[in-house]
Design a binder for this molecule. Sequence first.
Ligand code: SRM
Ligand code: SF4
Length: 567
Amino acid sequence: MSSHSVEDIKSESNRLRGSLLDSLADPVTGALRESDQTLIKYHGSYQQDDRDLRDERRRQKLEPAYQFMIRTRTPGGVVTPEQWLKLDAIATQYANHSLRITTRQAFQYHGVIKRELKATMQAINAALIDTLAACGDVNRNVLVAANPLESRAHAEVQAWAAKLSEHLLPNTRAYYEIWLDEERVAGSGEEEEPIYGATYLPRKFKVGFAVPPVNDVDVFANDLGFIAVLEDGALAGFNLVIGGGMGATHGDAETYPRVGNVVGFITPEQLLDVATAVVTTQRDLGNRVLRKRARFKYTIDDHGLDTVVPEIQRRSGVTLAPVRPFRFEHNGDRYGWVEGEDGRWHLTLHLYAGRIADTAHATHLTGLREIANVHRGEFRMTANQNLVIAGVPASERERIDALAKAHGLDAGERLGTALQRAAVACVALPTCGLAMAEAERYLPDFTGRLQPLLDRHGLRDAPIVLRISGCPNGCSRPYLAEIALVGKAPGRYNLMLGGDARGQRLNTLYRENIDEAAILDTLDELFARYAAERDGSEGFGDFLHRSGVVALPAYPTHRQIALELHA
Ligand code: SRM
Ligand code: SF4
């Protein structure tokens, strides 16, 4: 869809209402009207169809098997056990019997049919969780470092993120009228949108909060990032990061992934004003003609940091202080039990690509339901699609462990190898309309075939970051991985190599459009060299750079290495 038409749909939508009510009521088709397919995204849902069934449906002269994906807004990915139980029940009643943890700490449901969409939305809201602005040209779910080790500071960071998420919500009552039967009153459709205006943002917008030394949220992949600076365990403020993003289009040099630039330091009290200034700067300077160039990263490259940063300072009335030192160690999750400074324990469980279902191999959905029945702390989704059972008193550890183990969720040997634990894959087929190749469904097979190569070279425990995306949009943040497969066609991928394990350096295209056999051959050779020539505990991506196997991509350094400062 052209940029112009999306802009038109937004401005003519009566603040995101469009004809959604009519579309939902139409019994003739399982689909929405075209403009409503755009608008429903702002309500947290996408119209999709089951791509596995496309050919068969076509043969039978039936319309595609239309169904809806629904995504929650869960800042920092935190839900209570009571909420978990409700979300689990919804998965079975309305969706495809699975919960899917996303790379932005949200749940997704797949396979909800139009007739049941409203009931599903109501059930989600009854769990005190909404889906407002989970998709669309607005601020999306806000990411927060998942593992609450430094408990006091972590809780503060989570609270700021939740506040910012609320602050950046659209003002329109459309969501409440359409899904929750709120009465339409005079002036609906004309609500003030002080932050967004009538046409919202030019494109999606993403915010993440990292707490060093872990960069589990991949803060440099966000349009706007905050790196918490702790002094004596307390939150002193944040280093501000702007202009990260992953999406690209194959063969189109005008689109590219970009790491964010660290541009200054702010205090917590300045956060809302600065964030508002960043969002409104993007609202006003962002490209509304060419949608593929509309993300904030391109606004920064088109106008220059030396225009955008002063504009943020002018709008917020805040002068950015010099960047404070920070250091990330890695962008993965810490598995198993860790004790927080408040004496409570947190168990991080590995899930394959975030999918929680009961299968022939393991009963994860049932297991987590049973844990939710006894757990008194929280569940925290991680941005690597994993799950933390958080805030467990020492006395409860044994019970949680036993349940996890009984359902194949235990943090012991069944966690898999280092490669499997660090791997992330986007949803892709059969639900994603943009997928060119498999990702989530391919992940276990691919890691299963790659692992023996690592083992053969004595690299069984090498913690290599692998990410698979079914297309170049980069939903698994593949361009920050040490090894990435980016879908090109069924069974064929671009092999990207050379990210670092801290999420601070982009990788580079190494082989284009190759199949599994060629990928495995290529990696086998490189693993042999890595095993023989690596320098101590040097990471795979770092080794590939030092040994000259890959160089940085061709675009300017400030787009590809996160440490360049542009204050
Ligand atoms: Fe994404 C579109 C799934 C995180 C970049 N993404 C999509 C859609 C909605 C396909 C579509 O437009 O029809 C996918 C739905 C698949 C399905 O069937 O569920 C989809 N994206 C996902 C999720 C579920 C991947 C996952 O396996 O976890 C993640 C949901 C996050 C959430 O809860 O909000 C998800 N998407 C990301 C990320 C990672 C991140 O944000 O940290 C990125 C890269 C960062 C970025 O935005 O630059 C990402 N998704 C995209 C893009 C490319 C945007 C761009 O600037 O070019 C698209 C396509 C688009 O927007 O046109 C897209
Ligand atoms: Fe779909 Fe592509 Fe995102 Fe994967 S990366 S979920 S294939 S849009």
